[in-house]
Design a protein around this ligand. Structure first.
Ligand SMILES: C[S@@+](CC[C@H](N)C(=O)[O-])C[C@H]1O[C@@H](n2cnc3c(N)ncnc32)[C@H](O)[C@@H]1O
Length: 339
């Protein structure tokens, strides 16, 4: 079958509409975003591959990951709480607004809409959210590609949040420039992502090793394979640790801050607190689902099916038995657009 024979047409249309709706479909022909499913790969009109939360299982994993982020940030939806709450305080002259880019299952946007009922929340993603109930009046979701920029949202938001989207972004530093323009003066940018690099129990980065070599981990092997696949598709997969520097280089941010949080994959740390144990257990489940869902990416990269199956099987055994003690690292960065 040729690439021109599509299994599915996943066309959607970019929108800048301020009108509340579940999905805003307001055609703008020159900005039309067309996504196609070709043999299980999601391609845009330039035949570039996108990572989409294509199924219910992936959205459930994102909901679980959302809970992990919440615990990681000390039972909060965001770092820098004073800055966020100040930016979102009720105002007499306009209604504060929140933008969640790469919203995934929409959990963060929905939780922010509940926490800040006086704010408008807009979530955008390449794919639709999974709707399981009525939406709050102050939230709406749009289908859009962050790689096309946000020229239609100049100085529109008081908080912009982009979490775990690096794999789908071609130029993350350029995207920070787009966010700068979309923020109102004094608005807050919140960035966060986990790394595909894993760490040993001393929090040292695991090198790429071969089976049998001391320190080899199948989990690291499968994450490294996925990292390479995402990178070869043009994803800004190295951006999580670079965002503080890019915020500084941008020149329009003040009060820049960042933190890096290590979370064990599975409850192998002795004397961990109940909250740390819970997070580690949730992260192990999250990793198992994530690894399970990596097959299409790895197969499209040219791995043999039996190689993928072996990597997935061995990584699952490793994680379930806690044979290898692994940490993952999560990076957060934030800054205020100069008032
Ligand atoms: C790992 S999920 C994270 C979802 C959500 N931000 C969270 O933290 O739960 C990555 C999301 O980013 C979306 N995404 C990736 N590239 C994108 C792009 N260029 N424009 C819009 N959304 C994108 C994907 O479709 C997916 O839903």
């Amino acid at each position: 079958m040729e690439d021109s024979e599509y299994d599915d047409d996943m066309s959607s249309v970019r929108s800048g509409s301020p009108a509340p709706s579940l999905y805003s479909f307001h055609p703008s022909i020159d900005e039309r975003l067309v996504l196609r499913n070709v043999h299980g790969r999601i391609l845009n009109s330039q035949n570039e591959t996108y990572m989409l939360p294509a199924d219910v299982e992936e959205h459930q994993r994102l909901d679980l990951q959302h809970q992990i982020y919440y615990l990681m940030l000390g039972e909060s939806l965001y770092p820098a709480p004073d800055m966020v709450r100040t930016a979102l305080r009720p105002r007499n002259d306009y209604q504060p607004a929140i933008f969640d880019v790469g919203t995934g299952s929409g959990s963060w946007a929905l939780d922010m809409a509940k926490e800040f009922p006086h704010c408008n929340v807009v979530g955008v993603d390449l794919a639709p959210i999974r709707v399981t109930g009525p939406l709050p009046d102050n939230v709406r979701f749009e289908i859009d590609d962050a790689n096309l920029g946000f020229a239609h949202y100049r100085e529109s938001f008081d908080v912009i949040h982009a979490r775990a989207i690096s794999a789908g972004i071609h130029d993350f530093k350029g995207l920070i420039g787009e966010f700068t323009d979309a923020l109102r003066p004094g608005g807050i940018l919140l960035l966060g992502d986990g790394e595909m690099q894993l760490y040993d129990e001393s929090k040292e980065a695991l090198p790429a090793l071969e089976p049998g070599e001391p320190g080899f981990s199948w989990t690291q092997r499968v994450f490294f394979a996925a990292y390479n696949a995402m990178k070869s598709r043009g994803g800004s997969i190295d951006s999580p640790s670079l965002t503080p520097r890019w915020l500084q280089e941008n020149g329009h941010f003040t009060n820049i801050g960042w933190c890096k949080i290590f979370v064990p994959i599975g409850p192998w740390v002795e004397n961990a607190s109940p909250r740390e144990r819970q997070m580690a257990e949730m992260l192990r489940t999250n990793c198992l689902i994530h690894i399970n869902g990596m097959a299409p990416l790895l197969l499209s990269e040219g791995y043999f099916p039996e190689t993928v199956e072996k990597m997935q099987r061995e990584a699952a055994i490793e994680l379930q038995s806690l044979q290898v003690h692994l940490y993952s690292r999560w990076n957060f960065a934030w800054g205020m657009k100069t008032p």
